[in-house]
Design a protein around this ligand. Structure first.
Ligand SMILES: C[S@@+](CC[C@H](N)C(=O)[O-])C[C@H]1O[C@@H](n2cnc3c(N)ncnc32)[C@H](O)[C@@H]1O
Length: 246
């Protein structure tokens, strides 16, 4: 999969390629992440990318010409991308959107700055994505978040089982995790995880995942379609809760 990011701060964004599983996927050519500097598509001495807003008002606006030049170059060189504009006005990113985007082969993410981008650049944009209802100084962090989240769903970037059991993917939150030592400061690893009984462990994990979801994200819990394992786990959970109030 090719993920391209268009920004005026390439150094800020390029760190995404340097760490963890994403750097490995880039090394192994599973992911091709390319960062483009919008200033390379200006044609004046000072590489200016912003201008005053028509109609007046505070702040500057990103000029359209460097974008138009960039798209002409990119389409010719790499084919037409699926273009995402980072914007507080877009759809709020969630697991479903991330999964959809990960099916694209050639994704381009545009980072806005200043008051935003000249509206005519929207003619190239397929989707506007926000990372939440607040305003940041630029689209670089959202672009990195989008690229990171998409990458995790690209086959072979991360172990398939690990992605499948993670929060949201199953419709609920992930279960708690423990590692060595077995005890620290009097806090013990739950006995069931040391039992070697895989059936019991599976039920316990589902039960804890459902409990966490009920407590932290009741919206997810009440929208979940419960499968057989959920029902067994819930029965156990409700029994424990009833025993607790007796
Ligand atoms: C200061 S913001 C512009 C805000 C714009 N004037 C508005 O009020 O909608 C500059 C850039 O940061 C990025 N940005 C800011 N907040 C964001 C968010 N919540 N999600 C995604 N991108 C965001 C966008 O690329 C935006 O063009």
């Amino acid at each position: 999969m090719k993920i391209s990011i268009l920004t005026i701060f390439p150094e800020m964004v390029s760190v995404i390629k340097k760490y963890g599983v994403i750097s490995k996927a880039v090394e192994n050519k599973i992911l091709d992440i390319q960062i483009f500097n919008l200033r390379d598509f200006t044609n004046d001495k000072h590489k200016v990318v912003d201008d005053y807003p028509f109609g007046g008002g505070p702040g500057m606006v990103m000029k359209p010409e460097p974008f138009f030049r960039f798209f002409e170059y990119f389409n010719k060189e790499f084919g037409k991308p699926y273009t995402i504009l980072t914007s507080p006005q877009g759809e709020t990113l969630n697991n479903e959107i991330v999964k959809e985007l990960s099916c694209e082969k050639n994704v381009l993410i545009i980072c806005g700055r200043y008051e935003g981008i000249d509206e005519r650049v929207m003619s190239f944009v397929d989707r506007e994505i926000s990372i939440g209802d607040y305003v940041l100084t630029g689209g670089e962090l959202p672009a990195m978040i989008i690229a990171d989240a998409i990458s995790r769903f690209v086959p072979e970037v991360i172990d398939k089982d690990s992605v499948e059991q993670e929060s949201f993917n199953t419709g609920i939150l992930d279960h708690p995790h423990y590692t060595r030592p077995r005890e620290i400061n009097g806090l013990k690893v739950p006995e069931v995880l040391l039992s070697g009984d895989h059936n019991k462990i599976e039920i316990w994990r589902r039960k804890m995942a459902l409990k966490k979801t009920m407590e932290k994200r009741p919206d997810l819990f009440f929208n979940k379609e419960f499968d057989k394992l959920d029902k067994v786990a819930l029965l156990e959970l409700f029994r424990e809760l009833i025993d607790g109030v007796r």
